[in-house]
Ligand binder design. Sequence first.
Ligand SMILES: *[C@@H]1O[C@H](CO)[C@@H](O)[C@H](O)[C@H]1NC(C)=O
Ligand SMILES: *[C@@H]1O[C@H](CO)[C@@H](O)[C@H](O)[C@H]1NC(C)=O
Ligand SMILES: *[C@@H]1O[C@H](CO)[C@@H](O)[C@H](O)[C@H]1NC(C)=O
Length: 188
Amino acid sequence: MARNLLILYILILFSALTASESDQYFSKKISPSSLGLKKEKLTHLHFYFHDTITAKNPTAVQVAEAAMTNTSSSNFGAVFVMDDPLTVSPEVSSKMVGRAQGIYASASQSEIAFLMVLNFAFMEGKFNGSNLSILGRNAIFSGIREMPIVGGSGVFRFSHGYAQAKTHTIDIKTKNAIVEYNVYVFHY
Ligand SMILES: *[C@@H]1O[C@H](CO)[C@@H](O)[C@H](O)[C@H]1NC(C)=O
Ligand SMILES: *[C@@H]1O[C@H](CO)[C@@H](O)[C@H](O)[C@H]1NC(C)=O
Ligand SMILES: *[C@@H]1O[C@H](CO)[C@@H](O)[C@H](O)[C@H]1NC(C)=O
């Protein structure tokens, strides 16, 4: 009787050990279908970005500068934080599809070229609640600027692609700008 109990005890201990060992792994191969991934899709998004610096309620604010920023022709060292609305047409009052939230910093000493680090937070249709992350160079006075998509969340998990920015209007005095975006993104 005591021997049977001992064997039972050893069996239980052994199965507990093997179970916890199989739970402990650092990496293993899994199939894409285990994450519900089907065929990769390509989506084209088109919207207008409104960067308003000079207004009663600005959507982009300067948060830092260097001692020499004001004397630099390219505003080198200026850092802005934005929470800019994205709309379907150039009018800011048109339907909002998302917001561009992030930072841009003047990172060239020879022309106005920003380091852009931002998330597009979408609020429209099946993209509502999903985000895309952008990291790129934006020389605002050149025609079409291209910035890589470094990833995304929600329906944009595993995304890759690029965003093209083209200035629609810019007011040199107020620095307020409307920028047309064409985004090409692969996702599942
Ligand atoms: C740069 O110019 C702005 C606006 O004229 C001023 O508010 C700011 O203090 C200046 N910054 C430096 C570091 O001189
Ligand atoms: C987006 O999702 C939020 C939260 O789930 C919801 O409140 C909002 O109405 C949705 N907007 C659109 C345009 O579907
Ligand atoms: C996308 O960003 C918003 C904030 O803008 C956040 O509430 C939401 O959880 C993010 N979506 C996902 C899928 O992580």
